[in-house]
Design a binder for this molecule. Structure first.
Ligand SMILES: Nc1ncnc2c1ncn2[C@@H]1O[C@H](COP(=O)(O)OP(=O)(O)OP(=O)(O)O)[C@@H](O)[C@H]1O
Length: 311
C-alpha cells in the first residue's frame, strides 16, 4: 500500500488492477487476480507499539501553507490543558519540521533508553510529549534533503521506536499532499482502527481542490475522517469590527465542499494576529488572542465525545 497510486480504484473494487492508475503499481497483478496483497509486516509492529494509545489524530491537508502545523500544535495544546490527559505530538514533516518552533522547544534533544527514544516533554505541559526530526538534526538551519525510503524509515522509527507510554491522544502533523511520508504514515497506521483524520483547508478553491483529493485518499485507505477544520476563514478587524474573507471561496468554501463530500465541517478558524504571536512564542492561544481559543476548546469536545462513543 505504500506505493498506492493517486487514482487507485481500491482493492476489491470492480476496476481493481485494470485502471490506468494501476499501471506500474506493485499490487496490480494481485488486484487483477482478486487476491489481497500481503499486508506490510510493519503494520502489526506499529499496532503493537501503539496499543496503549487511545486515539491517533492525523492532521492532514491537501495543500501546503494552509495552517496544518499550527492547527496540530494548537490542538495538542488544547488537549493538554487538562493535565489528566496524556498527549503525544509527532511531527512527520521530515523536510520542514515546524513543531520544535511552534512548541518553543528549539535546541532540545531526544534521549534514548532501553525502551526506546523518549519524546521531549514540554516545559509548561509535562503531559505533552513531542517528537520531531527537528530534535535529531544539529541545526534547524540545516536543510534535510532525503529521498523517500529514508524518510519512510524514519517515520517507521517514530512509530515503533518511540516510547510514547500510555496516551489519550497522539496528534500527528503530516506533510501536505499525498507525498511519500503521507502514504507511509497512512499505511503504518492502517492496523489501528482508532485513527481519525482531521483535514485542514482554507476556504480558497486552490486548497479545496487538493482537499477533495485528500478526502478521497482517506476514504480509499480506510482512514476515518472525523471532519474538516477551515482555517483562515476570514479576518475580523478589531478596529472597524468588519469581517473580511481574505481567501473567498468561489465555489462555496469549505461548507459546500463538506456537504458535497459528506464530511462534517467541525470548525472555522479566523485569521488572527494572536495565532501567529502564540505560534512564535510556542504557547497555546488564550482568550486574549481572540475567538480561536474557544474554537479549539470546541474541537477538543468533538474528539472527546467521538472517542467516548466509539472507542
Ligand atoms: N488562523 C491563522 N491566523 C493567523 N495566522 C495563521 C493562521 N493559521 C496559520 N497561520 C500562519 O500561517 C503560516 C503557515 O502556517 P503553517 O506552517 O501552520 O502551515 P502548514 O500548512 O503546516 O504549512 P506546510 O505545508 O509548509 O507545513 C504560519 O506563519 C502561521 O503562523
Amino acid at each position: 500500500m505504500s506505493d498506492i497510486p493517486e487514482d487507485c480504484p481500491g482493492v476489491g473494487t470492480e476496476h481493481a488492477g485494470q485502471a490506468s492508475a494501476c499501471q506500474g503499481c506493485p499490487n496490480q497483478s494481485s488486484c487483477q487476480s482478486g487476491q489481497t496483497p500481503a499486508p506490510d509486516p510493519n503494520i502489526q509492529v506499529v499496532a503493537d507499539r501503539l496499543r496503549n494509545v487511545k486515539c491517533v489524530i492525523l492532521v492532514l491537508s491537501g495543500k501546503g501553507g494552509v495552517g496544518k502545523s499550527t492547527v496540530a500544535a494548537q490542538l495538542a495544546f488544547a488537549l493538554s490543558l487538562n493535565p489528566e490527559r496524556q498527549i503525544g505530538l509527532l511531527d512527520i514533516d521530515i523536510c520542514g519540521p515546524s513543531q520544535p518552533h511552534l512548541m518553543h522547544m528549539q535546541g532540545e534533544e531526544v534521549h534514548s533508553s532501553a525502551s526506546g527514544w523518549s519524546p521531549v516533554f514540554h516545559a509548561d505541559f509535562p503531559n505533552l510529549g513531542v517528537m520531531s526530526i527537528g530534535f535529531l538534526i544539529p541545526s534547524s538551519n540545516d536543510p534535510i534533503i532525503w529521498r523517500g525510503p529514508r524518510k519512510n524509515g524514519l517515520i517507521k522509527q517514530f512509530l515503533t521506536d518511540v516510547d510514547w507510554g500510555d496516551l489519550d491522544y497522539l496528534v500527528i502533523d503530516c506533510p501536505p499532499g499525498t507525498s511519500d511520508e503521507h502514504l507511509s504514515i497512512v499505511t503504518f497506521l492502517s492496523g489501528i482502527p482508532r485513527t481519525l483524520g482531521l483535514i485542514v483547508t482554507t476556504p480558497h478553491e486552490l486548497s479545496l481542490l487538493d482537499v477533495r483529493k485528500e478526502i478521497g485518499f482517506c476514504k480509499k485507505t480506510g482512514i476515518k475522517i472525523i471532519g474538516v477544520a477551515e482555517n483562515m476563514s476570514a479576518y475580523h478587524c478589531p478596529n472597524c469590527q468588519c469581517s473580511t474573507p481574505i481567501f473567498p471561496g468561489s465555489t462555496g468554501g469549505a461548507r459546500k465542499m463538506c456537504e458535497d463530500m459528506e464530511v462534517p465541517l467541525l470548525a472555522s478558524i479566523p485569521i488572527e494576529v494572536g495565532i501567529g504571536v502564540a505560534a512564535d512564542q510556542g504557547r497555546p492561544i488564550n482568550s486574549n488572542d481572540g475567538v480561536s481559543h474557544a474554537i479549539f476548546s470546541k474541537l477538543v469536545s468533538v474528539f472527546e465525545n467521538y472517542c467516548k462513543l466509539n472507542f
